[in-house]
Design a binder for this molecule. Structure first.
Ligand code: ASP
Length: 412
């Protein structure tokens, strides 16, 4: 399939969606529409973002053998943090607009009801563990920037260059081609924001992509990664991992770690280091975490909202749907803006019931949002979406002639 699939929802469908998604709507149909499959809650269990899937077996054995829940969750997220080819977390994460990798993380330890967080950390790969060290070795909850880096070094974490050659070359390509399509200026939440015109003739894009491909070749980006690098420049990606773990005794913990939005402004922190947004665990109730549009999640204190919803009787899925509806409400149901946002919540209740919910079904019809779960059986499951269809990446991209870029090249 070509990327012309970006011509997504018709305006009629969008209008009917807008009408159907009322954040204040307490209609019973709503509950029926998102009716949950009946699942027997099991403990122990680990729920995480799908990029944690390969690391679940090890963490599950840890938990099963009496390991601490935060240690088990940390075990999962260090996989992507250490992987140089995972460009949304830790080593190899895509950098900020200055070409510097800045990482964010936070965690909560349920049994001792403690929290730790670090934001905008440079040169330290395992920021999830640094957030845990904040819990264990300071009287603070959050450290940022240079202070957080110095603290990490004092705790024995090695300083290292987090910018891999692949990420550096992708950033260089972005730098050479970015113009007005960056993160400066009024954001989508501003009344001044206007939806860009996506109906323009695709010819300039066609030429631009061809120039980018030539440039990528000159920079030395591997041919097999070239179209994927271009994709990252045209649509600066987000990406993160959250993990929540629950043991047999009912103890639970959560952690979220990320390199945040690619090519962000230096110093930008998203939701991932914010306790209550990117991650929240309450030993009495449950644990939740988020990946997706960090700015939106901060405004609804997503993870905390979900845990509080469960405290007041909502099921994991209902609790997550309510948080998503608050995001929709913040945009007055305006699908012209919401189509550029996406959000996934990972939710685990103290009894082992869980849910994965997302604003949209996926980034494309062939790429549904998924969560990874291990409760004795390791598996990936599609999330339950609030809205039908795929989100559209930002900045918007006009429809290209079919076949210009093949999907196989595009999503490396
Ligand atoms: N939430 C992260 C951030 O905004 C990015 C992501 O989850 O994809 O930094």
């Amino acid at each position: 399939m070509s990327i012309s699939r970006r011509g997504f929802l018709s305006s009629a469908a969008v209008a009917s969606l807008a009408a159907s998604v009322n954040a204040q709507d307490k209609d019973k149909n709503d509950t029926a529409r998102h009716a949950e499959p009946l699942r027997a809650a099991k403990r122990p269990i680990i729920v995480c973002a799908n990029n944690g899937f390969p690391y679940l077996d090890n963490a599950y054995s840890l938990l099963k053998n009496g390991g601490d829940t935060l240690d088990a969750a940390m075990n999962v997220v260090q996989g992507p943090e250490n992987d140089p080819f995972e460009d949304s977390v830790g080593l190899g994460g895509l950098p900020n607009e200055d070409g510097v990798v800045e990482l964010d993380a936070c965690c909560m330890h349920g049994p001792t009801r403690r929290a730790g967080s670090v934001g905008g950390v440079r040169n330290i790969k395992n920021v999830s563990l640094v957030a845990k060290a904040v819990i264990e070795h300071t009287g603070h909850v959050m450290l940022v920037g240079e202070g957080a880096e110095r603290f990490a070094v004092a705790m024995g974490f090695p300083r290292e260059n987090l910018l891999t050659e692949r990420s550096r070359k992708t950033w260089q390509l972005w730098k050479e081609f970015h113009s007005t399509d960056d993160w400066w200026g009024p954001g989508m939440a501003s009344p001044q924001w206007k939806a860009p015109d996506t109906s323009s003739n695709s010819e300039p894009w066609n030429e631009r992509l061809q120039r980018m491909e030539k440039r990528a070749s000159a920079i030395g980006i591997d041919p097999e990664f070239r179209m994927a690098a271009i994709h990252r420049i045209v649509f600066p990606p987000t990406g993160t991992i959250h993990c929540s773990a629950l043991n047999e005794k009912g103890e639970m913990s959560g952690v979220t770690t990320t390199s945040g939005l690619a090519f962000k402004l230096p110093g930008r922190c998203g939701d991932s280091p914010i306790i209550g947004a990117g991650c929240y665990t309450d030993q009495d109730v449950g644990s939740a975490g988020a990946t997706g549009a960090g700015e939106e999640n901060i405004k609804v204190a997503g993870a905390h909202t979900i845990v509080e919803n469960m405290r007041h009787g909502m099921s994991p899925q209902e609790a997550g749907m309510d948080a998503l509806k608050r995001i929709v409400r913040n945009y007055n149901n305006d699908m012209a803006r919401l189509k550029f946002l996406d959000m996934t919540y990972y939710i685990l209740r103290k009894d082992g019931a869980y849910a994965g919910v997302s604003l949209w079904e996926g980034y494309s019809p062939t790429e549904p949002h998924k969560i990874a779960v291990h409760d004795g059986t390791r598996r990936s499951e599609k999330t339950v979406p609030l809205l039908k269809g795929a989100s559209q990446e930002f900045p918007p991209f006009p429809t290209l002639p079919a076949g210009l870029i093949q999907e196989s090249e595009y999503y490396k």
